[in-house]
Design a protein around this ligand. Sequence first.
Ligand SMILES: NC(=O)c1ccc[n+]([C@@H]2O[C@H](COP(=O)([O-])OP(=O)(O)OC[C@H]3O[C@@H](n4cnc5c(N)ncnc54)[C@H](OP(=O)(O)O)[C@@H]3O)[C@@H](O)[C@H]2O)c1
Length: 283
Amino acid sequence: MTQSHVFRSDLLTDQVCLVTGGGTGIGAGIARELGRAGAHVAIASRKAEHILPAAEGLSKELGREVLGVVCDIRDRDAVAAAYTKLMAWKGRLDVLVNNGGGQFFSPAEAISPRGWDAVVQTNLTGTWNMTHGAFHATMGKHGGVILNITMLTKRTFPGMTHSVAARAGVEAMTRNLAVEWAARGIRINCIAPGLILSSGVTNYPNGEQLFRDMQKHIPLKRAGAVQDIAHMATFLASEGGRYITGQTLTIDGGKELWGDWWPIADPAGGLPEVSVPREPWED
Ligand SMILES: NC(=O)c1ccc[n+]([C@@H]2O[C@H](COP(=O)([O-])OP(=O)(O)OC[C@H]3O[C@@H](n4cnc5c(N)ncnc54)[C@H](OP(=O)(O)O)[C@@H]3O)[C@@H](O)[C@H]2O)c1
């Protein structure tokens, strides 16, 4: 097994972790890092062709079984079945990572009702379905850690109105549950990634070129790597994060603080002329 560059290999020994969207990109990176830190890892997503080879590959890498579960997080029956399978596997869940999600670029006015519903059902309702399921399966009694992977929401994200709304909903839900479930021994936080170079980037038209162009707008002058998110997830899952709850941790190389966030159109007729005004008595 290749070692983590950051964490001890016994940091999460005997912990059971479930990562949605764990068959690709950021989720696979998180699953790998949790596994390298000693956890038992299960991964879940809709497509068997994503999840099953990933479970097999990660099992080989880690040298112990990684459970692959086919589950659409929007489908409450499928979520219930996934928890039944997980409980039969290890009998508990210590860490849930809600990473499964997705969206598409669209001007707000062009988002169809179906497109809006799909994005909100996946990113907000799906996250809730998994979270609610974890509470009832085990965390309500035994406590645990929940991590929600969201996106940058503070500085607006033109072209992503549906997803920003859903993710901001997840962040508000996270703050609320952090308070409501604190006495149950549950910590819950969000990780908001900036531009992360994952395999998922190819889902967007011109995704690779987009990342090439956007790097100069990031203070650290590079796109993030999946490991950058995986390290924060592993830290929060561990004792290192034991006093952190209800927060959104932004991992973006400083992107949200500075730079052109996203190009928006100029007004019809162009920008106004700039001429320095003079005081009236100077004429
Ligand atoms: N990469 C970035 O720059 C970036 C930035 C901000 C936020 N994010 C967010 O971070 C997360 C991971 O992104 P990524 O870059 O790793 O892209 P990705 O590879 O496309 O990851 C999305 C994962 O979610 C799963 N998924 C989608 N819909 C699902 C559903 N209904 N039920 C269960 N699983 C579902 C997908 O697997 P299946 O297709 O098999 O279901 C896939 O494994 C996403 O939520 C993404 O929006 C990414």
